[in-house]
Design a protein around this ligand. Structure first.
Ligand code: PBG
Length: 350
């Protein structure tokens, strides 16, 4: 037997403002008005797709800790990137898997004009000229220690020597047609020195995406496996150059410096645990702000999805709309191809 619900008491307006004059549920009641009051949108154009590139042909190598993501040889990358572009994604971020024999203490493969990334950039710009190509600037794929910079014999990462190497890498990437160079290394002063070198070389149109607030996070593990630097790094960490997760003001100082030095975008990384940082940067600097939903965030969501503990599509979309709501203009995410396909289906009313 269903118990009847007693009729509500009549509400008066005696006390002026507030309930029942205001009922926030009125606009929430129907889909059309929920759409009218929605404050944040998510479109494929807001997404940047990271891609792992490997030497070879017809290669698609699964990455165990990133289910659904593969290392792609350049021919396969072209095939995938075409699908991504057709679904509305407008930019990719490239990361290389470098064969161990090409890794050296000076990281010189990072500025080899015939290297894997320069060839991938050229192939992409040739096939899909309107797809923005972002390339990482850091030595970790190219160095046997798996650190982002040049390491001395005590294992210290040297700042100024590394910056010189990053300039060479940036010029090489600019030369082969990279639209955006993205220093992810967190060395001091690198944005200014790279900007100056690009200007001197006449590469005035090349954009710089500064990984400005990059934290020493444990959520990069699957990425390090994907680029083959995890074993080299071993128990070592990157705390002498990446930010302490406990710090907020230091992130703002990093961002202020990178903007002053000539960055075109600043990025916060990881994304979900650092939404407060995204919001504060956006409010304070009113500057193009990107967020990187990193490999460990992807793995974390995917593990629960694969166990059936949370539903894939709503969980992924919620994570991304929250990053946008926090203030990110655009988001690097391994979910990009899936999300773009879902959004396309929604537009078609499927
Ligand atoms: C390193 C770099 C890292 C990522 C992007 N560039 C990892 C690190 O700092 O060790 C992480 C991206 C991810 O986890 O998805 N230059």
């Amino acid at each position: 037997m269903v118990e009847s619900i007693s009729p509500p008491a009549q509400r008066g307006f005696a006390d002026g403002a507030g309930f029942p004059r205001t009922r926030l549920r009125r606009t929430r009641n129907q889909a059309f008005s929920r759409a009218l009051v929605r404050e944040t949108g998510l479109e494929a154009g807001h997404l940047v797709c990271p891609a792992f590139v490997v030497e070879g042909n017809h290669l698609r190598i699964p990455i165990p800790s990133l289910p659904g993501i593969e290392r792609l040889s350049i021919d396969e990358l072209l095939r995938e990137a075409t699908v991504w572009f057709d679904s509305g994604i407008r930019a990719v971020a490239l990361f290389p898997y470098i064969e161990p024999e090409l890794k050296t203490l000076d990281g010189r493969e990072a500025w080899n004009p015939d290297g894997l990334i320069p060839r991938a950039v050229q192939a992409l710009k040739h096939r899909l000229p309107d797809l923005g190509v972002i390339a990482d600037v850091a030595l970790d794929p190219y160095h046997p220690a798996g650190q982002d910079g040049i390491v001395d014999d005590q294992g210290r990462v040297l700042n100024d020597e590394t910056v010189d190497a990053l300039v060479r890498q940036s010029l090489c990437l600019a030369e082969c047609g990279t639209d955006i160079v993205a220093p992810s290394d967190m060395m001091d002063g690198r944005i200014g020195v790279i900007r100056e070198a690009l200007e001197r070389a006449g590469k005035t149109e090349v954009q710089i995406l500064a990984y400005a607030a990059k934290y020493a996070s444990c959520f990069y593990g699957p990425f390090r496996e994907a680029i083959g630097s995890a074993r080299a790094l071993g128990q070592a960490d990157k705390k002498t150059y990446q930010l302490d997760p406990a710090n907020r003001e230091e992130a703002l100082r990093e961002v202020a410096l990178d903007i002053a030095e000539g960055a075109d975008y600043v990025m916060v990384k990881p994304a979900l645990p650092y939404l407060d940082i995204i919001r504060e940067i956006r409010d304070r600097f009113a500057f193009p702000t990107l967020a990187y939903q990193v490999s460990g965030e992807y793995a974390w969501l995917m593990a629960a999805i694969e166990k059936g503990w949370i539903p894939e599509r709503p969980a992924v979309l919620e994570s991304l709309i929250c990053i946008r709501r926090a203030g990110a203009h655009a988001i690097l995410t391994y979910f990009a191809p899936r999300v773009a396909a879902w959004l396309e289906q929604d537009h078609r009313g499927a």
